[in-house]
Design a protein around this ligand. Structure first.
Ligand code: GUN
Length: 294
C-alpha cells in the first residue's frame, strides 16, 4: 500500500483564495480592511524568511501588512511600548511577534502584553484558557493547520485514537486540545514516554511535533493511519547537500500509512493560511460582524 499524499500546498492555496474573497467582500460591504502587524526582532535568517513570506501572503489576501523590524539590541521596555501602540491602533487587527526572541527579552511577558483579541498566534494565556474551557477564541495556527489537513482525509475524527508526539505550547498541547474538540481520543506522548513505538502504533491519527529528523519509523505506524508531520529539520543529505526533512521517516511511513503529509509542502504552508484566517476572524469580531464561514 502507498499512502495518499496530503497536499498542504494545494489545501493552503484554496483556503487563502477563500480568505481573499471574504476580505474583498468585507471591504466592499463594510469598508473594512484587516491589518496584520508582524514584529521581528533581530536578523535571524530563518525568521527573516518566515516574516517575508507572511507579509507577502497578507498582501496577496488583500489585507494590510504592518511590518515592524527592530534591532536585536532593542530593550524589553521598547518592545512592550511598540506592542502597546499596536494594541491601541484600530487599523491593526492582528499582532504576531516572531519567536524566538533575543535572550534578554522575556517572551512570556511579551506574549502576555498582546491584547488577547489581537493575538492571532493564539499564545496568550486568555486564548489558551478559552480554548481549553470550550469558549470561542483564537487558536494557534500550526495546530489548526494540522487538524484541517487531517480532516481532508476523514471529515470526522470522532472516536479515533489520536497520538500527538511533543508537548510544546506552540504545537503539541494546542493540537491535542483541538483534536479533543473534534472528539478524538487523545494521547500526548513525549521524550519520557515509555515504549513510544507501541503508543504510536495505536494511532489512527499520528501528529509528529518533536523536532528530530526522521525520528518516527515506518514500523511505528498503524496500517492506514493519517500521519501529520510538523517537523522542519535541516540535514545534510547525500553528496553533502543540505535538505529539509520531517520528524517522520517519510519513505518508510508512506508504505504503511493511509495518508501522510510531505515535508516540505505539508503542514508548513497551512500555518500562514491559518494566520490569515485568524486575522480575518479577529477583524470580524472587532467590527461586530458575523464570523466568516470558511
Ligand atoms: N516561530 C516559529 N513558529 C512561530 C509561530 O507560529 N508564531 C510565532 N510568533 N513565531 C514563530
Amino acid at each position: 500500500m502507498t499512502a495518499k499524499i496530503i497536499d498542504g500546498k494545494t489545501v493552503a492555496a484554496e483556503l487563502r483564495a477563500r480568505i481573499a474573497s471574504e476580505v474583498a467582500r468585507l471591504k466592499s460591504a463594510h469598508g473594512v480592511t484587516p491589518g496584520l502587524a508582524v514584529v521581528l526582532v533581530g536578523a535571524d535568517p530563518a525568521s527573516e524568511v518566515y516574516v517575508r513570506n507572511k507579509s507577502k501572503a497578507v498582501t496577496e489576501a488583500g489585507m494590510n501588512p504592518v511590518d515592524r523590524h527592530l534591532p536585536a539590541t532593542v530593550s524589553e521596555v521598547e518592545l512592550l511600548a511598540l506592542i502597546a501602540q499596536l494594541n491601541a491602533d484600530p487599523k491593526v487587527n492582528g499582532i504576531l511577534v516572531q519567536l524566538p526572541l533575543p535572550k534578554h527579552i522575556d517572551a512570556q511577558k511579551v506574549i502576555h502584553a498582546i491584547a488577547s483579541e489581537k493575538d492571532v498566534d493564539g499564545f496568550h494565556p486568555l486564548n489558551v484558557g478559552r480554548h481549553a474551557s470550550g469558549s470561542p477564541g483564537l487558536v494557534p495556527c500550526t495546530p489548526l493547520g494540522c487538524v484541517i489537513l487531517a480532516k481532508t482525509v476523514k471529515p470526522s475524527l470522532e472516536g479515533l485514537d489520536a497520538v500527538v508526539i511533543g508537548r510544546s505550547n506552540i504545537v503539541g498541547k494546542p493540537v491535542a486540545q483541538l483534536l479533543l474538540s473534534e472528539n478524538a481520543t487523545v494521547t500526548i506522548a513525549h521524550s519520557k514516554t515509555r515504549d513510544l513505538a507501541a503508543v504510536c502504533r495505536r494511532a489512527d491519527v499520528l501528529i509528529a511535533a518533536i523536532g528530530r529528523p526522521e525520528f518516527v519509523r515506518g514500523d511505528w505506524i498503524k496500517p492506514g493511519a493519517i500521519v501529520i508531520d510538523v517537523g522542519i529539520n535541516r540535514v545534510t543529505g547525500e553528496g553533502g547537500k543540505s535538505k529539509i526533512v520531517g520528524d517522520v521517516a517519510y519513505a518508510e511511513a508512506s508504505r504503511v500509512a493511509g495518508a501522510i503529509t510531505p515535508v516540505p509542502g505539508g503542514v508548513g504552508p497551512m500555518t500562514i493560511a491559518c494566520l490569515l484566517l485568524n486575522t480575518l476572524r479577529a477583524t470580524c469580531e472587532h467590527n461586530n460582524l458575523p464570523a466568516p464561514s470558511l
